[in-house]
Each structure stands twice: as structure tokens, then as C-alpha cells.
Design a protein around this ligand. Structure first.
Ligand code: HEM
Ligand code: SF4
Ligand code: SF4
Length: 436
């Protein structure tokens, strides 16, 4: 290796797959170049990456310069530019830009597709990736500016593959695996995610918003893609009718023939399954009972928390009248504190071509794009102008489900038209009845 990396070497021991060992392996593959690749960026880029990382381990600070604005023509985002602040010592990473590549729904791949991407990235980049970025994209880590258009050309022309989003725009949407491999899925998360990604390509590639905006799609309230915490608009599957109960299967759970939670707790002895203790008593709305060998659910009181279904997946199934809830405003702490999504649409059907859902999205955007301050997330605009305003712009009638609890303070705004006589008052009129 080009640089000594004593601190990083310590991370090669231990049972977890070591990123240091993998990087070293990649550095060696490039050095040997058995496939005779005409590398388009320095062959020792990975060695210099290890070198600059070791330096950061030594002095406890980053060695990337501030910012970086690079990209491809036609788009305003998709590439995160980055330059090393020690380019003489680590010329291989003097440019080290990251490219975001749009991932398929549920992240299902064929080996052929991945091989193609790797061939491209081995030639034109460092060969290092992140599978995947937190938003969902395939991340190509490290290339030079002149390679960006080359990579983009090959992605689009050879692999029919676009870039992902970055900047003040719609970011790459992501979904849980949904109905592809999960019996809890209340709608086809991949279909909706794909459709909206295609529908709003313009908003994704060319930033037109006050700030970033994310969509995520969870097939049920278990939230496997964490949409409620990590997307400005969160689509969470649910149902409106009854949980379907297979009483025979309930007996099989009670009789110990089927493991609770599909065996998720089998690593420890929790005793025999006790439906009373593990299901009935844990139902948050206390709407279940088990009597005379029969499980009953008062579905009117059920909040669809998924607990009972998660414990007895073979006996309890989601209802047949399915759709999703839409929640708005999740964001990380900066500026005014972390938020999770707040319920906006309790229930909406998820049916192609998703016109109703698109209407909600576009109403939210019309409002936020006009009223949002520079670098103000949707969640912050909702705080500043009020949930009431969000309901108005989306044409949603206020509903008890919109709040966890009613307000306790009495600083209540009324609309002028709601108040008899309005706001135009004459003090002289008042003085006729009340002397100074
Ligand atoms: C630009 C001038 C003023 C500003 C910015 C101002 C601001 C405030 C603020 C922020 C509060 C607290 C409200 C709350 O607790 O939610 C307050 C309360 C109050 N202010 Fe002022 N104020 C101003 C002028 C005045 C004047 C001139 C008077 C009296 C002649 C006055 C009398 C009061 C009283 C009595 C309260 C308490 C009201 C209550 O708690 O119900 N303020 N003011
Ligand atoms: S969020 Fe629900 S539907 Fe989606 S994968 Fe997780 S459990 Fe299944
Ligand atoms: S889904 Fe949750 S609230 Fe509904 S019955 Fe099951 S445990 Fe109770």
C-alpha cells in the first residue's frame, strides 16, 4: 500500500465485515489490473482514500474541502462534488465526487445489471460504492469532474439508468419491499414509488423547491422504510375493514405448533406462548378478547398497530379494504427541531393512475413552493403557518384524527367571516356605552 495505515489496520480484526479490508482489496485489484482496464481516474485513488482517511484518524478532523458544485448538463443535481484539502499528498482523491444513481423499487437486482454497473464504475470511477445511500440511491463514491458526463452517457444510453436526486428538489423516492415479499403489504409500494418517481422526474432532476423534499412508501405501519421519520410526505399502508382471523391457526399458536412472531424471539427462552399475555394484554386499544377458544377483535376500536398480526402472522391478516395514510412534515433537527410525519390524509385508495394521491402532492407543493422560505422544510412551514393551513390547501376537512390531543392554550385564531360583525369596529360606537 502507498500509505501506512496503522490506525485503520486495527479495524481489520473482529467479526464484522471490515470496510478497511474491502478497500485494501479494491486497491490491490486496481494495482494488479488483471483485466487491463484503461482506468479513467488515478489507479491509486483507493490507496489515497485510505491515506487521507488515516490522516483524519490521526488528527480527528475531516480533510475534504467545503462544498463542491459539479453535475451533468440538463440536470441541477445528482452529483455531490468533493475535493481533498491535501491534494499534493493524496492526488488520487484530489477530485472525489459522488454520483447518485436511481435504485429500483425494493432494491431487487439481477447479477447482470450489477455487473454492468461495476464494469462502468471500475473504468470511470474508484470502484467504491455505497449500497445504498440512506435515501435509497446506489452511490458511486469517487470520480473526477471530466468523468461525470461519460458515466452519465453510459448509464443512460447503455443501461437505461438515470441519476438520483440531490439539492433543493424531490429526492429519490424509496419503498419497502411491499407485496413482492410481504403479506402485510396494504398496497403495491413498488408500483406507487416507481410511478411517482417517473411522474416527477422534472422535480427530481431540476431543483425548483425552497428546499429538499422526500417521498417514502411503507406497505404497512411497521414502517420498514421508516417513511414517518425520513420523508416529507410519508405513504403508509393500512386497511379500513376487519382483520381476518383464522381461528384454527390461532389454536395452532396456542398449542405451540406455530412459533409466535414467526420465531423472531427463538434465541431466548420466553416460555410457552401465552396469547393473553403476549397479544390481548398488549393491544394498545384493548379491543381484543380470547374467550371460549375463540379470538375476537372489536375492529372499530382497533388502531391497526400491527402488533397482533406481527405476533400471529399465520392466524391474523390485514383487511381487504386497503389503501394508505399520508403523513407530512418529517425532518431532522436543523433548523427548528426534529419532526416525524403528522397525519394529513387518514385513508386514501391506492389505485392506478394514482390521481388522488398526485392531487395531494401537487397541492402541498403549490403551497410550499410559494410560501416556503429559503431552506424551509415542509415540516417547518407547517409549524410556521399551521396544520390548519395545510388542511386548507389540500382541501382536507379537519378531523379528530388530525390531532393526538386538542390544544390546551386558548390562543385561538378565528376567521373574520366566522365572527358575527367582523373585525371592523368603531371606538366611538364602543364609547357610546362605555365612558373613558
Ligand atoms: C411594542 C410594544 C409591546 C410589545 C412588543 C409587547 C409585547 C408583549 C408580549 C410579548 C406579551 C406577552 C404575551 C403572552 O404572554 O403571550 C405582552 C403582555 C402584556 N403586555 Fe405588552 N407589549 C407591548 C406594549 C405594551 C404596552 C404599551 C402595555 C401597557 C400599556 C402592555 C401591556 C401588556 C400586558 C398587561 C400584558 C399581559 C397581558 C396578559 O398576560 O394577559 N404592553 N406584551
Ligand atoms: S412496511 Fe409493512 S408491508 Fe412493508 S415490508 Fe415492512 S412489514 Fe411488510
Ligand atoms: S392491530 Fe393493534 S390495535 Fe388492532 S387489534 Fe391488533 S393489537 Fe389491537
Amino acid at each position: 500500500m502507498k500509505h501506512e495505515t496503522p490506525l485503520l489496520n486495527q479495524l481489520e480484526s473482529g467479526p464484522w465485515p471490515s470496510f478497511v479490508s474491502d478497500l485494501k482489496q479494491q486497491a490491490e485489484v486496481r494495482a494488479k489490473n488483471e483485466e487491463n482496464i484503461e482506468f479513467q481516474i488515478p489507479v491509486d485513488a483507493v490507496e489515497d482514500l485510505l491515506g487521507v482517511l488515516e490522516l483524519s484518524y490521526v488528527d480527528g478532523t475531516t480533510h475534504w474541502k467545503h462544498g463542491g458544485i459539479v453535475g451533468v448538463f440538463g440536470y441541477g443535481g445528482g452529483v455531490i462534488g468533493r475535493y481533498c484539502d491535501q491534494p499534493q499528498n493524496f492526488p488520487g482523491v484530489a477530485h472525489f465526487h459522488t454520483m447518485r444513481v436511481a435504485q429500483p423499487g425494493g432494491k431487487y437486482y439481477t447479477a447482470e445489471y450489477l455487473r454492468d454497473l461495476c464494469d462502468l464504475w471500475d473504468l470511470r470511477g474508484s470502484g467504491i460504492t455505497n449500497m445504498h445511500g440512506s435515501t435509497g440511491d446506489i452511490i458511486f463514491i469517487g470520480t473526477t469532474t471530466p468523468q461525470l458526463e461519460e458515466v452519465f452517457y453510459e448509464l443512460t444510453h447503455k443501461f437505461n439508468q438515470d441519476l438520483g436526486g440531490s439539492g433543493s428538489n424531490l429526492r429519490t423516492p424509496a419503498d419497502c419491499i411491499g407485496s413482492s415479499r410481504c403479506e402485510y403489504a396494504c398496497y403495491d409500494t413498488q408500483a406507487l414509488c416507481y410511478d411517482l418517481t417517473q411522474e416527477y422526474q422534472d422535480e427530481l432532476h431540476r431543483p425548483a423547491f425552497p428546499y429538499k423534499f422526500k417521498f417514502k412508501f411503507d406497505g404497512c405501519p411497521n414502517g420498514c422504510v421508516a417513511s414517518i421519520a425520513r420523508s416529507d410526505l410519508s405513504f403508509i399502508g393500512t386497511w379500513k375493514d376487519e382483520i381476518r382471523i383464522d381461528q384454527e391457526a390461532v389454536q395452532a399458536y396456542i398449542g405451540g405448533e406455530m412459533p409466535p412472531n414467526a420465531g423472531a424471539h427463538s434465541g431466548r427462552d420466553w416460555g410457552a406462548f401465552d396469547i393473553q399475555k403476549e397479544v390481548i394484554a398488549l393491544c394498545p386499544s384493548d379491543c381484543m378478547k380470547y374467550e371460549g377458544g375463540k379470538l375476537e377483535i372489536n375492529n372499530k376500536e382497533c388502531v391497526r398497530c400491527m402488533h397482533c398480526i406481527n405476533v400471529m402472522p399465520r392466524a391474523l391478516r390485514i383487511g381487504n379494504d386497503r389503501g394508505c395514510s399520508i403523513l407530512a412534515g418529517a425532518k431532522a433537527p436543523i433548523l427548528d427541531g426534529a419532526q416525524m410525519g403528522s397525519l394529513l390524509i387518514p385513508f386514501i385508495k391506492v389505485e392506478e393512475p394514482y390521481d388522488e394521491i398526485k392531487e395531494v402532492i401537487e397541492n402541498v407543493w403549490d403551497w410550499w413552493m410559494e410560501e416556503g422560505k429559503n431552506r424551509e422544510r415542509l415540516g417547518e412551514l407547517i409549524k410556521r403557518q399551521g396544520l390548519q393551513k395545510l388542511l386548507e390547501v389540500t382541501g382536507v376537512t379537519p378531523d379528530a384524527r388530525h390531532v393526538q390531543e386538542p390544544r390546551s392554550n386558548p390562543y385561538i385564531f378565528w376567521k373574520e367571516e366566522e365572527v358575527e360583525g367582523g373585525w371592523d369596529r368603531d371606538i366611538d360606537e364602543y364609547r357610546k356605552h362605555h365612558q373613558r
